[in-house]
Design a protein around this ligand. Sequence first.
Ligand SMILES: [Ca+2]
Ligand SMILES: [Ca+2]
Length: 189
Amino acid sequence: MLKIASTLKNQQGSVIVIATIVLALLAIIGISATNMSSNEVQVSTNAMLHNIAFYAADSGIEAARGFLNAIKIEDAANWENLLQVNEFTWNGVQVDTLNGVLDAEGGRTVGPATFTLTVADNDDLDGNDQIDTDDTVLLTSTATYRNATATIETSVRGAGEAYAQEHYNAGSSGDAVSESVAATANMRW
Ligand SMILES: [Ca+2]
Ligand SMILES: [Ca+2]
């Protein structure tokens, strides 16, 4: 009788040990699952933040291309004013950077993010990075949103007023041959 009681007590002890181990395993699995799902939420949040920053930077490139083109048409020397950080008048405002031009045109904010632009001369073999001799500059747009930053760099080519007039008047000049030559020779962006 004593032996049976002792065996039952031992079995109870084993059940408690096994139950404790199972509970511990379940707890570990539960914690791992929670960690995995919070990691996935973090990854998708980071991707969303990066996308917002990237599309803001991309908007900056598109807007800057348009205004670099317009600046070149209005006065080609202003491209060099941008490279030399010299003041010029744009839209009635004194500006000395492409950021200033965009600010004078309504700002650089896209949704919740703001882009920042820099213009630099490419290596156009004149030994002077403040003079543009090949109608090409390097444009960089950076946008930050919370902890995500996106930077896009591209080169922008413009050939000035003559090309711009041909380019924009091509549909009405009626000189298809010279237009297509001009378009090929002055391929811009
Ligand atoms: Ca140069
Ligand atoms: Ca250049």
